[in-house]
Write a protein that binds this ligand. Structure first.
Ligand code: TYM
Length: 329
């Protein structure tokens, strides 16, 4: 059985980077895998969060999953903090992780760089992420390029645990798609599109108005060549826009290049904005219906109960393997 676990952190307003690298994949993959899509709220609090904002954003992410097309009858949708086995397995896995390997995590280095105070949870963040994945015995994990190193650590920890205590965990594989796994800022194609960037024109939010989306794409940097060609080395800004176009339209990259051959950037950027608007409007409408609804509460409660059944089972195996006294089952 092929099983997926993945999630998007509720640490900022959701943008089209997370849509391209993750959510858009979730919708496609739900037909071929048993899926668990969760909201990693325990990961969000590794940096200080305003409690009201955390609360709202956690509901937002869950609502976006459903609004974008994840079917709660097919996939299990839940909040990480409602399945205690994540945190408990996280602690057990911390006993297997090495200080040195965690110090080498590039996301930790980026997020802690220049900060006076860094929580110890930010340092052990990737171990909790490993526990998220291993506790479901996930075979596959769809993520954007920036999570690749965390996936490698997850595999290392699982193999280390299995060789010390006997086979307990499935070794998961990442799924990193060719297009959309690394969406860059609209103002600067050398920086990942990120919800924490203070420059508002660098990202498009899933809840941006059509006018804002049009303005942001109109202002997106390109180059002086006036040629819609996909070439990351020579034309990173335009290549980034072509990838966004491909994610939102479903058209392959060469089809897009061909469509705008000899036309410059004006028509291309205008069409791109319309394609994104067209895709996001129904998602926004569905999101608004869901976000404060009883239906969302029900999806999350049922999801947590289903998730906990599997997670508790794996946790028990891991505890037994390590020698803890257990009385269940
Ligand atoms: P997060 O919340 O930063 O991002 C969620 C997902 O979106 C992808 N992503 C992007 N993909 C392409 N271009 C971008 N600009 C972009 N920005 C974000 C990320 O790669 C990710 O797949 N640590 C994870 C959350 C997490 C998790 C897990 C994921 C916790 N436990 C277990 C998978 C499995 C994170 O911070 O993602």
């Amino acid at each position: 059985m092929k099983r997926i676990l993945s999630g998007i952190k509720p640490s900022g307003d959701m943008n089209i980077g997370g849509y391209g690298g993750a959510l858009h994949q979730f919708v496609k993959l739900q037909h071929d895998y048993e899926c668990f899509f969760f909201v990693p709220d325990l990961h969000a609090v590794t940096v200080q969060q305003d409690p009201k904002e955390l609360h709202q954003r956690s509901r937002d992410i869950a609502a976006f999953y459903v609004a974008a097309g994840v079917d709660p009858k097919k996939a299990t949708i839940f909040l990480q903090s409602q399945v205690p086995a994540h945190a408990e397995l996280g602690w057990l896995m911390e006993t297997q992780a090495h200080f040195g390997e965690l110090s080498r995590m590039t996301q930790f280095k980026e997020k802690s760089d220049g900060k006076d105070i860094v929580s110890s949870a930010l340092f052990t963040y990737p171990v909790l992420m490993a526990a998220d994945i291993l506790v479901y015995q996930a075979t596959h994990v769809p993520v954007g390029e920036d999570q690749k190193q965390h996936l490698e650590l997850t595999r290392d920890l699982a193999m280390r645990f299995n060789s010390r205590f006997g086979t307990t965990f499935v070794i998961p594989e990442p799924i990193i798609q060719d297009t959309g796994s690394r969406i860059m800022g609209l103002d600067d194609p050398s920086k990942k599109m990120s919800k924490s960037n203070p420059i508002r024109n660098s990202y498009v939010l899933l809840l941006d108005s059509p006018d804002d989306i049009r303005k942001k794409f109109a202002r997106a940097v390109t180059d002086s060549e006036m040629n819609v060609r996909y070439d990351w080395d020579q034309k990173p800004a335009v290549s980034n826009l072509i990838e966004i176009y491909s994610v939102f339209s479903g058209d392959p990259l060469p089809t897009i290049e061909k469509r705008y051959e000899g036309q410059g950037y004006g028509a291309f950027k205008k069409d791109l904005a319309e394609i994104v608007v067209e895709k996001l409007i129904p998602i926004q409408d569905h999101y608004k219906q869901l976000v404060h609804s009883e239906e969302l509460n029900r999806i999350l409660k049922e999801g947590a109960a289903r998730a906990a059944e599997i997670a508790d089972h794996t946790l028990l195996s891991a505890k037994r393997a390590m020698g803890f006294v257990t009385f269940e089952g």
